[in-house]
Design a protein around this ligand. Structure first.
Ligand code: SAM
Length: 281
């Protein structure tokens, strides 16, 4: 387990994932009844972008740093981004927020008193930070456990409503397969849950097999979102999210958000986004 999210916190892939995650959670708050968020690979919860890791890569500059100045954004897009940007907070003079919120902090900020969250993290040092950050939040349970094991053990949640974010580091070569199997097992036990599965787009064949697996397994409502800051080049340039059981309004909201983010975060030719149903009703 070499992966440390601090090197990548606030980069374009985080902005893409977190802006959409915030919409999914906001949607869950529209009903009074409680919901649960399960974050299988939670990370540290939040990141200091002035810390050595972030300073070393400066990836945040091509991500959240490009949202420091929002002039030119239309009011509808700003309203859709507001829950995410509220979690990010104020930007400093250098274009850096004081603390970049990871998925756990976004969930905790948007949840209400009646909602609950389960954050799984396996790396010991990341888990200690995560536990420290949320130790006093009675709505949150942090567990030092393999995220896939945690997902299998804790679904269906007693609230019956909620969201599972599956956001692994893709260090293992079979991560797509393992992620899909863990999702499928959880989905069999909790078919009404909303699932968001993040992935990098680096290995076209593996990604294609992963995307095809949803239809083959008979998963009924799956939406694929893909986001690129350039085509080709070194490092991560394209990323994706599969959302199973997306809220009714999500596709249109995501289209508006990504149409705004794609030119903002572009690094070269080929920047853009795609949204398409992977499977229908
Ligand atoms: N979801 C976080 C966010 O959006 O802020 C980022 C998660 S990061 C991409 C992946 C995390 O998974 C890392 O913190 C890594 O330590 C952790 N990890 C690696 N293997 C794991 C496993 N088998 N189970 C749970 N966590 C794991």
């Amino acid at each position: 387990m070499n992966y440390r999210h601090g090197f990548h916190a606030g980069n374009f892939a985080d902005v893409f994932k977190h802006a959409l995650l915030a919409r999914l959670i906001v949607y869950l708050t529209r009903k009074e009844t409680p919901f649960r968020v399960i974050d299988t690979h939670a990370g540290e919860g939040a990141y200091d972008l002035a810390a050595e890791e972030a300073e070393r890569t400066l990836e945040w500059r091509g991500g959240i740093g490009r949202l420091a100045d929002l002039s030119g954004a239309d009011s509808e897009t700003l309203a859709l981004l507001a829950p995410y940007l509220d979690c990010v907070g104020a930007f400093g003079a250098d274009g850096r927020p004081a603390l970049y919120p990871g998925s756990p902090m976004i969930a905790a900020r948007l949840m209400r008193p009646q909602d609950r969250a389960l954050f799984c993290e396996l790396r010991p040092d990341a888990f200690e930070t995560l536990r420290y950050r949320f130790g006093r939040d009675a709505r949150v349970k942090t567990i030092h456990i393999d995220g896939y094991t945690g997902l299998g053990a804790y679904v269906p949640p007693k609230e019956r409503r909620g969201l599972a974010l599956i956001d692994p580091p893709f260090e293992r070569t079979d991560e797509f397969e393992v992620m899909f199997e863990a999702f499928l097992a959880a989905h069999a036990k909790w078919p009404t849950g909303v699932y968001a599965l993040w992935h990098p787009s680096k290995d076209a064949q593996a990604e294609k097999r992963f995307l095809a697996a949803f239809a083959r397994a008979g998963v009924k409502r799956a939406l694929r979102l893909s986001f690129a800051v350039a085509s080709g080049g070194k490092g991560l340039r394209r990323t994706g999210l599969v959302v199973v059981n997306p809220p009714f309004v999500f596709q249109e909201e995501a289209r508006r958000i990504l149409a705004f983010l794609a030119p903002r975060l572009a690094q070269g030719p080929g920047a853009g986004f795609e949204i398409e149903p992977l499977t229908g009703e």
